[in-house]
Write a protein that binds this ligand. Structure first.
Ligand code: NZQ
Ligand code: ZN
Length: 393
C-alpha cells in the first residue's frame, strides 16, 4: 500500500427520515443564522424546502433561502449568494439539492468568509482558500459526490470556463443522506448520476500506480454495485433499495476512498467539462460521451489494466489481454448505451463537430497550453484532439 492522506470530516446521517436531523446538525455546529441554497424548483415542488425551513424555524435557527442554482452552476449566481450571505450574517451555508446547489453553497461559503477576494480567483488558483464557513448538505440526487468531496465546480459565464477547485475547505461539515428524497428524480437524472458515480472511480482506477490491492478491490466492488443498481434504478427510479445503494456509492466514489495511494487521472472529466462549458450539457452525459474515445486512445498504453477491469468488474474470461481489454471497453460503452446514455457527440445532442471547434476545445482543456491532463496517460492538446475525433460521430 502506498502512502496517502485521507481526511473526510463530514458527519453523515444516512437513511429514511435522516432529513429530520438537519436542525440538530446545524445546532451541533453552533450556527444561529443559516443561508439555505437550493436549485431550480424540485426541492420546493417536493415540499422538502418548506419542511427544512420549518424545521430550522422550530429549532430557533434564523434562515433565509437562496434558490436558483442551475446545473453547471454559474459564478455570477454564487457571487449573488455571497452578497446575500454577508447581508444576512450567515454562519453556515446549507445546500438542499445536488452537486449544483452544493457547489454553489461551497462557493458562497468561501466568498462570505473572504469578502475582499474576487471569488473566481480561488478557482483560477490566483488565491488560496484559507478560511471558509461551514457547509451542510441535504442531498437530493446521487451523482456528483459533492456532499463529501473536496471539490467544487463552477462555470464563469463571462469567460466560458468551467473549472473545479479542490481544497479541504470544500469538505462539508455534515451531509443528510435520505435516499427517499431521490425517489422523485426523473430517469434521465438518475442515469446521469450513475455515469458520474462510475466515472469518479474509473478516473481513479486508471492511474499509473497499480499496486494498491485493497484500493483496487474496493473500487471494483463499487463499480459492480453501481452497474447492477444503476440498471435497476434507470428502469425504476422509485426502487428504494437500488437508489439507496447508489446514494452511498456516490459519496464513496468521490471522497477519495476508491483511489487511495494512487494518482488521480480525471482526464475524461476535464474533456467532459469543456463540453458542458460550451454546450451546457449535463455533466454525466458529457462523461459517457467521451469515455469510449478516451479508453480506445489509452488502451495501447496499458491493455492489462483494461483487461483487469473486464475480469473483475464484468466477469470476462480469456488469456489474451488485448482482446479482453477491447471487450472491457465494449462492455462499459455498451452499458452506457443500454441505460440510454450518449456514447458519442451526436448522441449527446451537440452534433458532429468541425475540426476547428474540436481543436479549440482541446486547446481550452489545456488552459491554452499551460497544462496537460491525466495521469494514466498524460494528454496534451494533440492527444485530446485525437480523443475528441474518436467521439465525433
Ligand atoms: O434544479 P432543480 O430543480 O433542483 O432540479 C435538479 C436538476 O435539474 C434535478 N434534481 C435534483 N434532485 C432532484 C431533482 N429533480 C427531482 N427530484 C430530485 N430529488 O436534477 C437536476 C440535476 O441537478 P444537479 O445538482 O445539477 O446534479 P448533480 O448532482 O449531477 O450535479 C452536477 C454538477 O456537479 C458538478 C458537475 O460538473 C455539475 O456542475 N460536479 C461536482 C463535483 C464535486 N463538487 O465534487 C464532482 C463532479 O465530478 C461534478 O463535476
Ligand atoms: Zn463527475
Amino acid at each position: 500500500m502506498r502512502s496517502f492522506e485521507y481526511w473526510v470530516p463530514t458527519r453523515i446521517q444516512f437513511g429514511r427520515g435522516a432529513e429530520e436531523k438537519t436542525a440538530e446538525e446545524v445546532q451541533r455546529l453552533g450556527a444561529k443564522r443559516v443561508l439555505i441554497v437550493s436549485g431550480g424548483a424540485s426541492a420546493r415542488r417536493s415540499g422538502l424546502l418548506d419542511r427544512i425551513e420549518e424545521q430550522l424555524k422550530g429549532a430557533g435557527i434564523a434562515a433565509v433561502t437562496f434558490e436558483g442554482a442551475q446545473p453547471n452552476p454559474r459564478l455570477s449566481h454564487a457571487k449573488e449568494g455571497v452578497r446575500r450571505a454577508i447581508e444576512f450574517g450567515a454562519g453556515l451555508i446549507l445546500a438542499v439539492g445536488g452537486g449544483s446547489a452544493i457547489d454553489t453553497a461551497k462557493g458562497i461559503a468561501h466568498g462570505a468568509a473572504n469578502p475582499g477576494v474576487d471569488l473566481w480567483e480561488f478557482w483560477t488558483g490566483r488565491a488560496k482558500v484559507e478560511k471558509s464557513l461551514p457547509v451542510g448538505v441535504v442531498l437530493t440526487i446521487s451523482a456528483a459526490g459533492s456532499e463529501t468531496s473536496d471539490s467544487a465546480v463552477l462555470t464563469d459565464e463571462a469567460s466560458g470556463q468551467k473549472r473545479g477547485l479542490s481544497t479541504p475547505f470544500n469538505r462539508p461539515a455534515f451531509a443528510i443522506m435520505d435516499p427517499a428524497l431521490t425517489l422523485t428524480l426523473p430517469p434521465w437524472q438518475v442515469k446521469c448520476g450513475v455515469v458520474d458515480i462510475l466515472m469518479h472511480t474509473l478516473d481513479r482506477y486508471f492511474n499509473p500506480v497499480q499496486d494498491n490491492q485493497l484500493t483496487d478491490a474496493i473500487a471494483e466492488a463499487l463499480l459492480r454495485t453501481v452497474l447492477r443498481c444503476g440498471r435497476i434504478a434507470a428502469a425504476d427510479p422509485t426502487d428504494y433499495e437500488a437508489m439507496s445503494e447508489l446514494m452511498w456509492a456516490g459519496s464513496l466514489s468521490h471522497n477519495g476512498l476508491t483511489g487511495l495511494g494512487g494518482v488521480k487521472d480525471f482526464a475524461p472529466h476535464q474533456l467532459g467539462h469543456e463540453l458542458s462549458a460550451r454546450f451546457d450539457v449535463a455533466h454525466g452525459a458529457s462523461l459517457s460521451a467521451v469515455w469510449g474515445g478516451w479508453a480506445r486512445f489509452c488502451l495501447p498504453s496499458d491493455p492489462g489494466r483494461f483487461a483487469r477491469l473486464g475480469r473483475e468488474v464484468f466477469g470476462l474470461t480469456g488469456a489474451d489481454e488485448r482482446a479482453l481489454a477491447e471487450q472491457a471497453i465494449g462492455a462499459m460503452v455498451g452499458y452506457f448505451a443500454e441505460i440510454g446514455m450518449p456514447t458519442c457527440f451526436s448522441e449527446l445532442g451537440i452534433g458532429v463537430q468541425s475540426e476547428e471547434q474540436m481543436a479549440s476545445m482541446a486547446r481550452a482543456v489545456t488552459y491554452d497550453g499551460a497544462r496537460r491532463v491525466g495521469s494514466f496517460v498524460s494528454l496534451g492538446e494533440e492527444e485530446i484532439l485525437a480523443i475528441y475525433r474518436l467521439c465525433n460521430h
